[in-house]
Design a protein around this ligand. Structure first.
Ligand code: XUL
Ligand code: CO
Length: 437
């Protein structure tokens, strides 16, 4: 360990479901085989730098509650100490990946060039730390929402200078991600939306955002970045309305700008809830469109109606998420990034570990439950049977275009088609799920 921030705490180990040691895993056993693959390779856990190390515990009603040795975060010495503590925690947890925004890891400079130099210096340090520890970068991203220059949007800003500043910032973050061997690059448009339509030109903003994402893809190919470009949907917050509303909306945007084969989606539990969906809805939708990339794992409070970014602790919800991920062939370049923060009353170093240990255990339970559902096969064969009628000749002709409305109409009359309702068996299926969670 490079620091004494987590003093007295050793690397967290798997000790089995019956242990009561709070600093041990009860379900996450990296080497355990699940459907022929190591658990670690299925889950591909990542720690999010922003919530664990950059966020200071403030909320809209009060300032910071945490007291960390790397505060204030506006100078390089503290950014380096923060990096030492971050890598200590990655090692303690045994999570193989991490994720960061530029603003999480380096102090803001007095101008763009200085901010970029600060980032490059930290990236050099990360490179060395990755080599020493074996940690890997799941994804990098640019923070285009915190600084006041982005208050009216980044790529969608009415001011072309902000568009330019954002493009330059994205380039520096893609360079950083590429240098660190990142496996994906994420774009989340927190301010790519509007506060009021009274001052907003929707068509112009769509064109600007489409051009920016096209430049990202062009630059990816120019530098030979092999990772996946991911867009992260979220319907609102901080903006009243965000253009990347949900998986289906993002797909429409990507199609419109010719990017559907170049970009995939990073889906987050809390964002799905804010959009009025479930997490599995977003995952299943993305999978059905061939767009599933990665997940930001957390949970939202169902009462508060805002993005609470809590650590997951609901096995049935997590199991259904991984069920759809496994059915899609698993996370490829993607992973399970804990976009989750401890509560602002959880002020101790060990709270950071409790949050992650619990989250990793819940995901392990969810993954095992999902694998058991697939291996059992009841759900799959029920769905297959439900659509089995489509295998017959007439049904195929309706689908492949051989039949139009006229042909179908004469077929219905000739064969005296007279369908009777068939049960969807939802209660039975929910009982099946209960066997595994
Ligand atoms: C915000 C959010 C972001 C993205 C990365 O709600 O999820 O942290 O994951 O910018
Ligand atoms: Co996120």
């Amino acid at each position: 360990m490079k620091t004494d921030f987590f003093s007295g705490i050793d690397k967290i180990k798997y000790e089995g479901p019956d242990n009561t040691n709070p600093m041990a895993f009860r379900h996450y056993n990296p080497d355990e085989m699940v459907m022929g693959k190591r658990m670690e390779d299925h889950l591909r856990f990542a720690v999010a730098y922003w919530h664990s190390f950059a966020w200071e515990g403030g909320d809209p009603f009060g300032g910071r509650t945490f007291d960390r040795p790397w505060y204030p975060q506006d100078e390089m010495g503290n950014a380096k100490l923060k990096a030492d503590v971050a890598f200590d925690m990655f090692e303690i947890l045994g999570a193989p990946y991490y994720c960061f925004h530029d603003a999480d890891v380096r102090p803001e400079g007095s101008n763009f060039a200085e901010s970029k130099r600060n980032l490059e210096e930290i990236v050099g340090i990360f490179e060395q730390k990755q080599a020493e520890t074996g940690m890997k970068l799941l994804w990098g991203t640019a923070n285009l929402f915190s600084h006041k220059r982005f208050m009216s949007g980044a790529s969608t800003n009415p001011d072309p200078d902000v568009f330019a500043y954002s493009a330059a910032t994205i380039k520096s973050c893609m360079d950083a991600t590429h240098k660190l061997g990142g496996e994906n690059y994420v774009l989340w448009g927190g301010r790519e939306g509007y506060e009021t339509l009274l001052n907003t030109d929707l068509a112009k903003e769509d064109a600007q955002m489409g051009r920016m994402l096209n430049m990202v893809v062009e630059y990816k190919h120019q530098i030979g970045f092999k990772g996946t470009i991911l867009v992260e949907p979220k319907p609102q917050e901080p903006s009243k309305h965000q253009y990347d509303y949900d998986a289906a909306t993002c797909y429409g945007f990507l199609k419109r700008h010719g990017l559907e084969n170049e970009v995939k989606l990073n889906l987050e539990q809390g964002h799905a809830i804010l959009a009025g969906h479930s997490f599995e809805h977003e995952i299943a939708t993305a999978a059905s469109l061939g767009m599933l990339g990665s997940i930001d794992m957390n949970r939202n409070d169902y009462q508060s109606g805002w993005d609470t970014d809590q650590f997951p602790n609901n096995v049935p919800e997590v199991a259904l998420a991984y069920y759809h991920i496994l059915k899609d062939g698993g996370l490829k370049t993607g992973g399970t990034n804990f976009d989750a923060k401890i509560r602002r009353q959880s002020v101790d170093a060990e709270d950071l570990l409790h949050g992650h240990i619990g989250g990793m255990d819940i995901c392990a339970r969810g993954l095992k439950a999902a694998a058991a559902m697939i291996e059992d096969g009841t759900l799959d064969s029920f769905v297959d049977d439900r659509y089995a009628g489509w295998k017959c000749d007439e049904a195929q002709k309706m689908l492949n275009g051989d039949y139009g409305l006229e042909e179908i109409s004469s077929y219905v009359e000739k064969a005296d088609v007279n369908p009777e309702p068939i049960s969807g068996r939802q209660e039975y299926l929910e009982n099946v799920i209960n066997r595994f969670v």
